[in-house]
Write a protein that binds this ligand. Sequence first.
Ligand code: AMP
Length: 433
Amino acid sequence: MEIKAIRGFNDILPDEIGKWQFVEKTAREVFEGFGFSEIRIPIIERTELFSRGIGEATDIVEKEMYTFTDKSGNSLTLRPEATASMARAYLEHQLHTFDPVAKLYCIGPMFRYERPQKGRYRQFYQIDAEVFGVDNPMVDAEVIVMLIHFLERVGLEKLELQINSLGCRKCRPRYREELKSFLTKKSFQLCEDCQRRLETNPLRIFDCKVETCQKAIADAPKVLDFIDDECQNHFGKVKEYLEAAGLTYILNPRMVRGLDYYTRTAFEVVSYQLGSQNAVTGGGRYDDLFKDIGGLDVPGIGFAIGMERLISLLPKDKEFVQYPHLFIAALGGETNREAYRLVNQLHLEGIRAELDYEGKSLKSQMRRADKLKARYVLILGEEELKKGRAVLRNMKTKSQEEIPMKDLLDTLKAKLQQFSVKINRMGDLASEG
Ligand code: AMP
């Protein structure tokens, strides 16, 4: 029987990879420009890191983790998110002794046992950025500004920044109780999961997609009416800094985020181009996470962008596939040797050159060059080669010219130079002639 990939786990094929590389490259450029450094963390951690960090009463910890026991009897988990691991690494390597403020980003796969559907997978990629060690609202705004700048740089449109404040562990319990007593009166309207959430984590009911639950929660008390003065003040400053940076936002008092560790600022960027899974990215402040995983009292803020969802929103008119710059069509005998010599030389120059390995006719080689969408074809005939010449064909304009072999490399480089520059800015490929 043919072995297939596991449901919810995707291959990213060569014709899609250009988009991924473009997004990752842009993230690195933008984030490094904002003073962030990359960190790479393991894909597997001790289960405890996530159960303590993310919170026992969250969907992720309750039912979505890939947890297994290794051969030594340790309970390990495939990381469902990156923040807890990044916080662990910051503590473990005492990054705070170098500088209390750490600005870190990380790109890689996450694993959650969710029901696969469009935009929701069991292995999915995230780009995470986190700032540890500052609770100044200025940094909340700075992180959001960086996020929006990045999303605009990759070409996303029709985005909406939604913000909220979730208060802190001092003031949120009062809200929680209020919400609980409000919803208890309507508990007959709640789904089975939400009946349970009512006891364990009533804020999670906001995220439930079941219609009756959404109705039940429609006129629920708002967290912003319950947060204490310090949290109000912090949130007021975040809004001021966002406005000072020229960003528009929508206050969404119903956005509570799925993870327990969030405190104060919470934000999401949604796209109205996406269906029900419309959040491209979400994040917020988590000033208790470090304490929860047994570390120092370090505040933090960050976001995670879902790469699959982001990539599905990239402008359709941009082309991200890399085509061969040149196809060398050799016509037998000495020309094959010359084609081999040439292709190696061109590869060392960074020119994507292809050739035929099967001794096919000129016609079938031209057909392959066309299918591969090669920009140029170099036709090496025996007669021409004897005269030290070859024919270069522009596959778009169909014009042909004879070129002296001794000038070939320089001629090609000159023709492709502008193109190579564009390759580095992959989003511009479509405008190539
Ligand atoms: P979260 O870590 O739950 O706040 O999610 C952050 C972002 O990751 C979301 O806004 C989504 O874009 C993306 N994401 C979360 N879960 C999945 C999933 N199962 N499949 C694909 N993308 C996801």
